[in-house]
Design a protein around this ligand. Structure first.
Ligand SMILES: [Zn+2]
Length: 220
């Protein structure tokens, strides 16, 4: 007869907030801070360390504080940043581009840093947002565990859904530390991904205008 283990963990609670895919976001607090710090101590022991020695005694607390910052994107709905739009644009209907939005993210395969820059453009149809809001949208998605391709598409889709512009373009260039500091150890390799929607996808001139604006080739 199989012995049933006592269930000590409660089912994670759900927040009303949704992530970029419209899925409910698991509430971080379903795992308490103490359990998270214990997990860090376990990893320290596993690596061969003594978590009780002086230099490491506060490390679990510091790691959890850092994680609260790095993974803060789950608690935020990026659509809210784009909710406030300006319609008085004096008939401006040309492309809006924000380039070189620096971000730090973490890959979902190794929890290793992804350091990069995002370039975001859209062709408004009457509604524009404050440019800092585009950078905030990038930040929200970056502060979750990511795959670069997914993050690129999530940012583009979010802007497309909320602003309903004629088109959206997102290009991300990033260095993945799981590749540069371990594994194949290839330093200086960056990955470039892009997602084009609407006229950015269907109209080569619009796409080329965006790519000329962001000019990612010469700025190494
Ligand atoms: Zn990785």
């Amino acid at each position: 007869m199989a012995v049933q283990r006592k269930r000590t963990q409660q089912k994670p609670k759900r927040l009303a907030a949704r992530n970029g895919n419209g899925k409910a976001v698991v509430e971080r607090n379903s795992v308490g801070r103490h359990a998270a710090e214990d997990a860090v101590r376990t990893l320290l022991r596993w690596a061969g360390e003594d978590p009780a020695r002086e230099g490491l005694i506060d490390t679990p607390k510091r790691v959890v504080d850092a994680y609260l910052d790095w993974y803060s994107g789950y608690a935020i709905d990026p659509r809210e940043y784009l909710g406030r739009t300006f319609e008085e644009t004096a008939g401006y209907d040309e492309m809006v581009v924000l380039r070189d939005i620096e971000f730090e993210s973490h890959c979902e395969h190794h929890m290793a840093p992804i350091i990069g820059r995002a370039h975001v453009g859209y062709l408004p149809t009457g509604k524009v947002v404050g440019i800092s809001k585009l950078a905030r949208v990038v930040d929200v998605f970056a502060r979750r565990f990511q795959v670069q391709e997914k993050m690129t598409a999530e940012i583009a889709r979010c802007i497309d859904e909320v602003l309903q512009p004629a088109g959206v373009g997102v290009v991300i260039e990033a260095v993945h530390e799981c590749m540069t500091t371990r594994g194949v150890h290839k330093r200086g390799v960056s990955m470039i991904t892009s997602k084009m929607l609407g006229s950015f996808r269907s109209d080569a001139r619009t796409r080329n205008e965006f790519l000329t604006f962001i000019d990612i080739r010469d700025r190494r």
